[in-house]
Design a protein around this ligand. Structure first.
Ligand SMILES: NC(=O)c1ccc[n+]([C@@H]2O[C@H](COP(=O)([O-])OP(=O)(O)OC[C@H]3O[C@@H](n4cnc5c(N)ncnc54)[C@H](O)[C@@H]3O)[C@@H](O)[C@H]2O)c1
Ligand SMILES: O=C(O)C(=O)C[C@]1(C(=O)O)C=C[C@@H](O)C=C1
Length: 370
């Protein structure tokens, strides 16, 4: 047994139902820990693909999972939880659906015994579905919400916590109501806003789209998400989402009103400039509350280095960052259309930013944005 296998908290077989992005990513991460994972999916090709990627194996008669993880779209989550509770009465069944109240209500409304069910939701994912997009490390440092109720035995809770911890996540207990209200704000409305913003680009002139920089990319990445999945998520959490959208609409009206009262020559009706500045400042205060990468409560700063489009240049930059003793927290690459140059955006802790810039400039690197 390797060190990673020894360090796994889960010791017994895990069954994953739904082998798309979430199911295959969980399977890959558990397999890395040496855990026996069996897979199931309504789509034979999705199942075969996940097996090919190494997310687990096909089930065999006599398999007895200790934990079942339902990773299917929200509209079939409740029925599959019910099916799995019946098929494996000694197992703990959890799910990863992005909404938590709906499955709980559906199942308790049908009188299903929920002693062995614990809803959960890793706040980790990608804008692309399917096993082809799966990665073992997407859960690392991310919160994993666990919704227990009074009937949940502590050993069952411990099993789902072990799953989160084995995947590098931080388990957080919440009620389904608290969860759904929270994700309306931090996940569901951001999806709507990103989609609406990106939709503005559809008919924009090519000249405008060519100028797109990092700002629009940062605010629209998740606009590539699956419409059918999001139709289900938003529909199942409509009230909390609508509440936040109303507040957003009020803020938009304020900004529209203030800008309409501002002339191109800089004159404005009293209070209009302040309303605009207040809107931007409120955004500063909000974004400062977001925890940093890997859940740390500190944010990184970036140093953007211009990189000639020649073989080996990026490799040399990474080596030199190591030589000057700077710990790179993240790296993002961008190519400027039509230019023989790229940009390497390096995230560092704020304390080392200035030294990183000085040392890199001293070695001849050009810093693009301070
Ligand atoms: N995509 C994300 O970023 C993300 C993050 C956290 C949680 N989630 C939640 O995870 C769940 C899965 O999302 P995903 O992104 O992995 O989707 P996906 O489309 O990548 O995968 C879903 C899989 O479920 C299978 N499936 C559908 N109906 C089934 C059924 N009746 N029986 C068995 N298998 C069935 C599909 O064939 C597919 O392979 C959703 O409930 C979603 O809300 C998604
Ligand atoms: O970052 C992404 O691409 C996501 O899809 C992640 C994200 C999120 O909003 O944080 C999206 C929905 C899931 O329920 C959980 C995670």
């Amino acid at each position: 047994m390797s060190d990673t296998e020894r360090s796994a908290r889960l010791k017994s077989q895990v069954r994953i139902v739904g082998t798309g992005l979430l199911g295959a990513s969980i399977g890959l991460a558990l397999r890395e820990k040496g855990i026996d994972v069996t897979l199931d999916d309504a789509s034979p090709s999705a199942l075969a693909l996940a097996v090919d990627y190494g997310a687990g194996r096909l089930p065999q008669p006599g398999d007895i999972p200790q934990l079942v993880i339902v990773c299917v779209p929200p509209d079939v989550t409740s029925s599959l939880i019910e099916r799995e509770l019946l098929a494996f009465p000694d197992a703990v069944v959890t799910d990863v659906a992005s909404v938590k109240l709906q499955p709980f209500r559906d199942l308790s409304g049908k009188g299903v015994d929920l002693t062995n069910y614990i809803g959960s939701h890793p706040l980790a994912g990608r804008e692309r579905g399917g096993a082809i997009s799966a990665r073992a490390d997407i859960f690392f440092g991310r919160p994993w919400v666990i919704c227990r109720d009074e009937e949940t035995p502590s050993w069952a809770l411990a099993l789902v916590e072990d799953l989160a911890l084995d995947l590098g996540s931080t388990p957080i207990e919440m009620t389904p109501e608290e969860h759904d209200r929270s994700v309306a704000l931090v996940s569901h409305v951001p999806q709507v806003v990103a989609s609406l913003l990106a939709a503005r680009l559809t008919d924009a002139p090519e000249t405008a789209v060519t100028l797109a920089g990092q700002g629009v990319r940062d605010t629209t990445r998740i606009a590539s998400s699956d419409p059918v999945l999001w139709l289900q998520i938003l529909g199942a959490n409509a009230n909390p989402v609508v509440e936040v959208l109303h507040e957003l609409r009020n803020d938009l009206d304020t900004v529209i009103g203030a800008l309409t009262a501002t002339e191109a020559d800089g004159t404005a009706t009293p209070g209009a400039r302040r309303a605009i500045a207040d809107a931007i400042a409120a955004g500063n205060a909000g974004v400062a509350r977001l925890p940093g990468k890997h859940g740390q409560n500190r944010r990184f700063e970036s140093v953007t280095v211009m990189v000639d489009d020649k073989p080996g240049t990026l490799g040399r930059l990474l080596t030199e960052i190591g030589e000057i003793g700077v710990n790179m927290e993240d790296l993002r690459l961008e190519h400027s259309p039509g230019a023989q140059i790229g940009f390497a955006e390096i995230s560092v802790v704020p304390e080392v930013k200035q030294r990183a810039i000085e040392d890199l400039e001293a070695r001849g690197w050009r810093i693009a944005a301070l």
